[in-house]
Design a protein around this ligand. Structure first.
Ligand code: SF4
Length: 279
């Protein structure tokens, strides 16, 4: 994490950082390490934020771990939810998708609805809480998987936009820059660290993860790593290098302002408001 901080200038005195905490090991480790670094650097405020998607038996249990973690660090956890933002939980949206005859969410994966709304809520929270950075607990495995998924989808804009420390406004107008302090940390080391440091977390996968495209990338990379141990690190390096080479690509789409929330949007409504409008 210190190397990522040196390479990308993640933390600066005076920062007010929203830390996305999910109750899982990676975001728990991230908060633990950032808290130590923030105290050493000085004059950095951390604001842990938990987004409750409404996944019964999973996120409610993870929330208890997140609260425990924040209490250990003397920080107050701010909770946002899909229900407060959109009127329904993810479970309710997926039930509607599975029953729907009128095509509501038909063919849409849970992770695509969830990821879009979560990102939207984190951006809203950052703006409401006056945070100037949003820290995400993506490990090296997550970065490598996302990069591979973007390649497989030919999502050049996604490749250009994804970085360890996004330049913020220049890429995504009006949004606090994302930082990924765990980008150099392999998943296995994150699991070990959580165990050694007794970081409160829920050691369980989301029940919807079986639907995720990410699972394909994860399976491929974990298999390939047996013969090519550096494959995830190579993808991380490629991701960092390409995101620097492709800035123009990211800005080339004709962006508009969402008519409902004012966020950057490819159409008249951003993706999150289009989901909410269907409910
Ligand atoms: Fe959301 Fe998918 Fe992650 Fe579950 S696995 S929390 S549905 S993005």
């Amino acid at each position: 994490v210190r190397k990522a901080n040196r390479d990308f200038g993640l933390l600066r005195r005076g920062d007010r950082i929203l830390v996305a905490v999910s109750g899982g090991k990676d975001s728990g480790n991230m908060l633990h390490v950032l808290d130590k670094m923030a105290k050493r650097i000085g004059n950095i405020e951390l604001i842990p934020v938990f987004v409750d998607e409404g996944i019964k038996g999973y996120r409610d249990r993870a929330k208890r771990q997140a609260l425990k973690l924040c209490k250990m660090h003397g920080l107050q956890l701010k909770v946002y939810s899909f229900r407060d933002n959109s009127g329904e939980t993810l479970d309710e949206m997926i039930r509607a998708r599975n029953k729907s005859r009128d095509g509501k969410f038909r063919g849409q994966k849970a992770c695509s609805i969830c990821g879009t709304l979560r990102k939207h809520i984190l951006n809203r929270a950052a703006s409401e809480l006056g945070a100037d950075k949003v820290a995400i607990g993506h490990t090296m495995d997550d970065v490598a998987q996302t990069f591979l998924m973007n390649v497989l989808r030919a999502d050049i804009e996604g490749i250009a936009r994804f970085s360890v420390a996004s330049p913020g406004d220049s890429v995504e107008a009006g949004k606090a820059p994302r930082i990924r302090p765990l980008a150099y940390v392999p998943e296995e080391e994150s699991a070990l660290y959580a165990k050694i440091k007794r970081i409160p977390h829920l050691p369980k996968r989301c029940p919807y993860s079986v639907e995720a495209f990410r699972g394909l990338a994860e399976g491929f990379l974990n298999g390939a790593q047996k013969d090519y141990p550096a494959i995830k690190f190579s993808l991380l390096r490629a991701c960092i290098a390409l995101s620097k080479l492709l800035p123009q690509e990211a800005n080339s789409a004709p962006w508009r302002k969402c008519g409902s929330c004012g966020a950057k949007a490819a159409r008249t409504k951003c993706k999150a408001c289009a989901i909410t409008a269907k409910l």
